[in-house]
Design a protein around this ligand. Structure first.
Ligand code: HEC
Ligand code: HEC
Length: 231
């Protein structure tokens, strides 16, 4: 790889990274998980890594089929089960404390692509779909999300050309589509759902951006109810 590009000189310095620093929670983002999650996208045990073919999407019933189990609808007036009705909390009580150190585990909850395009445009290009899955609806930036390795949570993307891509969720709750591993370009708009076993939470509206956390922020932006939540 190399290419010590550095270049750019864009005055992007003011980026959002600044405040990301230590949260005083201790060095919880154990380096030990780094290696395993480094392989996240092509984890041989899951076999689901950015699969090229649209093969069979774990019996999702086909992308055009609206039948679903009503994941998104649940956010409406649901009672105690509504993860968006809960007060803000960092459920894992663990935080990313390593600033901009490059890692698939980095900065859970933050708008990955927004920062990459400012600081490292080639990484923004390389990672067109990026985000974080949380246990509840309003978790703060840099709080570690669902441990997707322990819980087997998967994010499934359906592209405009009906390609179904399953992205594993790593130990930070992060997921990413890495064009180093799968070079087929993503055709937007995309839809998405989060799957755990036979449960799902589904995004109905197609989106032109793969910077999931830019809308799925702690409070939610552009109509999103808050975080991407595991079913
Ligand atoms: C505040 C800025 C910022 C945010 C937010 C951010 N990143 Fe990064 N990321 C960087 C920078 C800067 C680099 C390049 C670091 C380097 O080259 O030393 C990088 C590199 C990476 C790499 C390494 C690519 C490689 O070369 O192997 C991955 C993977 C990555 N980021 C994933 C994510 C994910 C996933 C998120 C969101 C959950 C995210 N990043 C959020 C700044 C950020
Ligand atoms: C431009 C803003 C935007 C982007 C980018 C975006 N979303 Fe959404 N998302 C929304 C909105 C608005 C809703 C609520 C309406 C709906 O379901 O379509 C939503 C809903 C969802 C839901 C269902 C919410 C619930 O009830 O639990 C999931 C899951 C979801 N999005 C996942 C994703 C994933 C994964 C990505 C990245 C691939 C993503 N979203 C990118 C705006 C966005």
């Amino acid at each position: 790889m190399a290419c010590g590009d550095a270049g750019e000189g864009t005055g992007a310095g003011s980026a959002s990274g600044g405040e990301a620093s230590s949260s005083g929670e201790g060095p919880t983002t154990s380096a030990t998980t780094t290696n395993t999650t480094g392989t996240g996208v092509d984890d041989p045990t899951s076999g689901s890594g950015s699969t090229g073919g649209s093969g069979d999407a774990t019996g999702s019933g086909g992308s055009g089929d609206a039948g679903g189990s009503g994941g998104a609808g649940g956010a409406g007036g649901a009672g105690g089960d509504d993860p968006f009705a809960l007060a803000p909390v960092c459920s894992s009580d663990e935080h990313w404390t390593m600033g901009d150190h490059e890692s698939p585990l980095m900065h859970p909850g933050m708008a990955c692509r927004t920062c990459h395009s400012m600081k490292e445009p080639r990484i923004a290009t390389r990672l067109p779909i990026v985000g974080t899955v949380y246990p509840t609806g309003h978790e703060p930036d840099d709080c570690l999300g669902v441990d997707g390795e322990a819980e087997d949570v998967v994010v499934e993307i359906t592209t405009a050309d009906a390609r179904v891509i399953q992205l594993p969720v790593n130990a930070s709750g992060n997921f990413l589509f890495d064009t180093f591993r799968d070079r087929t370009p993503i055709t937007f708009p995309i839809t998405a759902r989060v799957v755990k076993g036979d449960k799902e939470r589904k995004m109905l509206a197609p989106q032109m951006s793969g910077d999931c956390n830019s809308c799925h922020s702690q409070d939610g932006a552009e109509g999103a109810p808050g975080r991407i939540v595991a079913p």
